[in-house]
Ligand binder design. Structure first.
Ligand code: ADP
Length: 267
């Protein structure tokens, strides 16, 4: 048995390879001791680690694990997933929307880091909690779908009030910029607030990603990371905005396991 583990800031992603087949599971990073206890029960497994908590996890387990740099591991994992998807793209940007967001440019089988932003899954959780007191990921992504961003975010069309707009009227002019215009007439629900949090996260991630794509002359932007899990609103925001800006977005199924699969493949 081979086990690839990406021990990240929020989640530990585990990819288990047996009989040429992967199974995936994840656990909270705060439960790293449980992962170590499980690894002790499979002492003969070949283990490959990556991620910010890899060295700490190594200190807890009996296996002498292989370790790789998380950017290289993630890229290697993405390559495996793209082959599985029969997606033949060689020049692209990938954006890993984890606790934070890391953006990379790929060409000719090599990745370089193109930048990043502190807007990502961690911001989504933290800001949602500050605004609503909610902290359960599944609840947050579910409730977000019911929200109305129009009363919180200021769109270009709100400013131009029916006049001809120089850029699409549906674009956000100012995230949270409509709040004070509506404070006397609207009650902002938790769903409205969380939907707007997903808005600022999704739009920031997309803006930074497509700027990288434009800088490097890439047509495709591949998005991965656990922030997108069951998160149809965030996916839609990112997909629609990427398309609107004339780039081609791809989401990889199980893409959040790219680091775990990649470090195992690099072993
Ligand atoms: P990292 O490697 O930094 O842990 P991930 O790609 O695993 O990054 O993404 C972490 C983000 O995924 C969190 O910030 C949160 O938005 C989201 N997430 C998805 N599922 C969960 C969960 N069960 N508990 C907490 N956060 C989750």
């Amino acid at each position: 048995m081979k086990i690839g583990i990406d021990a990240g800031g929020t989640l530990i992603k585990i990819a288990i390879l047996e009989n040429d087949k992967f199974t995936f599971r994840k656990q909270l990073s705060t439960e790293i001791d449980e992962v170590a206890e499980w690894l002790k029960t499979v002492p003969d497994a070949q283990v490959a680690l990556t991620g910010g908590k890899a060295t700490y996890l190594q200190s807890l387990i009996p296996q002498n694990a292989f370790q790789s740099i998380e950017f290289d591991a993630t890229f290697r994992g993405i390559q495996s997933f793209l082959i599985e998807m029969n997606l033949d793209i060689s020049k692209f940007v990938f954006s890993n929307v984890g606790t934070g967001t890391s953006i990379h440019f790929v060409d000719n089988g090599k990745q370089i880091r193109a930048g990043g932003t502190g807007a990502g899954g961690g911001m989504m959780m933290g800001l949602s909690y500050l605004l609503t007191g909610k902290e359960d990921f599944d609840e947050i992504v579910t409730i977000a779908k019911e929200g109305n961003r129009d009363i919180i975010d200021l769109k270009v069309k709100h400013i131009y009030k029916g006049d001809k707009t120089p850029i699409p009227g549906e674009l956000t002019a100012a995230n949270f910029g409509n709040v004070l215009h509506n404070k006397d007439t609207e009650n902002f629900s938790d769903a409205d607030k969380i939907a707007s949090v997903l808005g600022i996260v999704g739009e920031t991630v997309t803006t930074v990603s497509i700027h990288a794509a434009r800088e490097f002359g890439a047509e495709y932007v591949v998005y991965i990371g656990s922030s997108f899990l069951n998160n149809t609103l965030l996916r839609d925001i990112v997909m629609n905005y990427t398309v609107l800006r004339n780039f081609k977005p791809y989401f990889i199924e199980n893409g959040e396991y790219s680091g775990a699969v990649g470090t195992l493949r690099l072993m």
